[in-house]
Design a binder for this molecule. Structure first.
Ligand code: NOJ
Length: 606
């Protein structure tokens, strides 16, 4: 548990003006330059800087700060650790980073329980560190997206603490969902909703005089009370929080539980329906309510004020290139259909929505083609880019998912066939990066890291695990700190161990072990991202032209490029499409017919 600030109720504060110069970025991967200055002329910057709608085809790398790099040896990653590894991200070739929450939090849900939206938790550093990180990322040509958690706060947020302290009738209780219980003595929850983490979505409070009182709603853990978005103070507060981070220089926000803010009037029961079956298949009274869209329209006007800034003139203009592009919102919205996801990215709302339908699709050509088509069709009328994602901090890493039989879902605790999983994961990544739109990469996938499926129960921290695991569960296995070096304490993550134990094999999967090694997963990602940068057309547009292909094979053209992906477990003969640009396994091209190996994707320049 970290110390929490006790000051500031809801008054907007100004972003800290840094009072000390940033320390230089350390860069111990010898192959990469440590000096941020020359990066201002790297190809990444050159491409992105001139590209106002940078987000339409951006490759965005998710940093999970606890598990990325630990600068102070306390076993927990931190912002200074992230900053020290920015040159790695520049060399990887990503356009932006999305940082999972680093705000003041008791960490009941790894930071998705925010106690102060304008403070950095001491375990991650300070506002000065956040400022230095944002500035240095910009110097290196990388944009910065931060996580915004508007559906719920921590129970240690000042509003909630005071709401409890002040007792029934406190106006602060109206900013959350407090309700009397049902039953003779109010001993039953106000409705039948269940927490996503398992158990009832309601907790009864004990008033200061020791008597049982009202219940409050928490769609996640009891330490995460849901805000009441019908209360104007909640909206005011979040628009102010947006401005705070925009003034700090961030380029966008990933909106947590974007589909959950508005609840159906009267908080109606689900009745006879099994909640787990409804989720993701139906509109439920607490998710994907139409009222959320008004909130995003208001947010959009705030963001657009910042996006409209003109490019500064004169010699400093290149150094301030990031001010010229739009700022963005990306929605974490689990909706029943991609068409409903498209509602979140209408021109006056958010910019992108994660494509969870793609994430949950098996390595199967026909299913993949169907979801690609559905996505592009759904996004076209609203003019938003499609997004593609295979892994994040909530699901089993795709290397492990693809090594297991299809149909096991996204929470898998079986190692499966490791070799097959990695082979398919590499092919799936190349396929994803050839599609039009924006792609998300989760830290460590570029190393081909598998899920850690054998964590002992006593080290687990995922609240879903402790609450009997509802639909989410066992998410610790994709959150194990990533390896940087072959040997050493925590494989270069930090000097003081790591908050979750790393497997012995981590050393051989480390950045050090893979850098410069032809055929390594890291070099595959680097090559693919370099090609995307050299040919900005690759991510552009909103359509693919499908080419005829044997069963189990996807072939499509994107301008001068062709992508072929074989999802079969055996090689397939196809025509060659010119010069091989990148391939997920080694391929030999001869004239005429070409043998596309099993579970392999190849990019061609026609
Ligand atoms: C989605 C986040 O990705 C997840 O990690 C978190 O537990 C829930 N939202 C609740 O904030």
């Amino acid at each position: 548990m970290s110390a929490l600030p006790t000051d500031s109720l809801c008054e907007p504060t100004n972003p800290a003006e840094p009072t000390e110069p940033s320390k230089p970025i350390k860069d111990d991967m010898s192959q990469h330059s440590a000096d941020p200055a020359p990066a201002a002329t790297t190809s990444a910057l050159a491409t992105v800087a001139r590209h106002r709608d940078w987000w339409r085809d951006a490759v965005i790398y998710q940093v999970y700060p606890r598990s990325f790099a630990d600068s102070d040896g306390d076993g927990m990653g931190d912002l200074e650790g992230v900053r020290s590894r920015l040159p790695y991200l520049r060399d990887l070739g990503v356009d932006a980073v999305w940082l999972s929450p680093f705000y003041a939090s008791p960490q009941a849900d790894a930071g998705y329980d925010v106690a102060d939206y304008r403070a950095v938790d001491p375990m991650f550093g300070s506002l000065l560190d956040a400022d230095a990180l944002i500035r240095d990322a910009h110097e290196l040509g990388i944009r910065v997206i931060v996580d915004l958690v508007p559906n719920h706060s921590s129970d240690q947020h000042e509003w909630f603490k005071r709401a409890l302290r002040e007792g029934p009738g406190s106006p602060l209780r109206d900013r959350y969902h407090f309700r009397p219980g049902k039953g003779e003595n109010g001993e039953l929850p106000p409705n039948d909703w269940e927490s996503i983490f398992g158990g009832p979505a309601w907790t009864r409070v004990t008033e200061r005089d020791g008597t049982p009182g009202d219940w409050y709603l928490h769609l996640f853990a009891p330490e995460q009370p849901d805000f009441n978005w019908d209360h104007p103070a909640v909206g005011d507060e979040f628009r102010s929080i947006l401005r705070f981070w925009l003034d700090m220089g961030v380029d966008g926000f990933r909106v947590d539980v974007a589909h959950g803010l508005v609840k159906a009037p009267g908080l109606p029961d689900l009745g006879d329906h099994e909640q787990l079956k409804l989720l993701g298949n139906d509109v439920v009274p607490f998710f994907d309510q139409d009222g959320v869209h008004e909130i995003y329209r208001q947010w959009r006007t705030v963001l657009d004020e910042y996006a409209k800034r003109e490019a500064p003139e004169g010699p400093s203009s290149e150094a301030r290139w990031w001010e010229t592009g739009g700022r963005i919102f990306v929605a974490e919205a689990w909706t029943p259909t991609v068409e409903r996801s498209a509602n979140y990215v209408r021109p006056d709302e958010l910019h992108q929505a994660f494509n969870f339908e793609y994430l949950t699709t098996h390595w199967h050509a026909a299913e993949l083609r169907a979801v690609v088509d559905r996505t592009l069709e759904a996004m076209r009328p609203v003019g938003a880019p499609a997004t593609w994602v295979l892994s994040n901090h909530d699901v089993t890493r795709h290397t492990t998912r693809f090594g297991n039989p299809a149909g096991l879902g996204t929470q898998i605790r079986l190692a499966g066939d490791r070799e097959l999983g990695l082979r398919r994961a590499r092919a799936a990544t190349l396929l994803m990066l050839a599609l039009p739109g924006s792609a998300y990469i989760y830290q460590g996938e570029e190393l081909g890291l598998p899920e850690v499926v054998d964590l002992p129960d006593e080290v687990r921290q995922d609240p879903a695990y402790f609450r009997g695991a509802g639909q989410d569960g066992f998410r610790d296995g994709c959150r194990v700190p990533i390896p940087w070096t072959r040997t050493g304490p925590s494989y270069g993550f930090g000097d003081g161990g790591s908050w979750l134990p790393q497997p012995r094999e981590w050393g051989e999967l480390s950045v050090e072990a893979q850098t410069g090694v032809t055929g390594s997963t890291l070099e595959l990602y680097r090559s693919a991202l370099a090609v995307r940068h050299e040919h900005p057309d690759l991510g552009a547009g909103d359509s693919v032209t499908w080419l005829e292909a044997p069963e189990g094979v996807l072939a499509f053209r994107r301008g001068e490029f062709v992508c072929t992906a074989n999802t079969n477990g055996t090689a397939v003969r196809i025509p060659g499409y010119g010069r091989v640009l990148v391939s997920s396994t080694e391929v030999v091209v001869t004239d005429g017919e070409f043998e596309l190996p099993a579970d392999t994707t190849v990019w061609w320049a026609g």
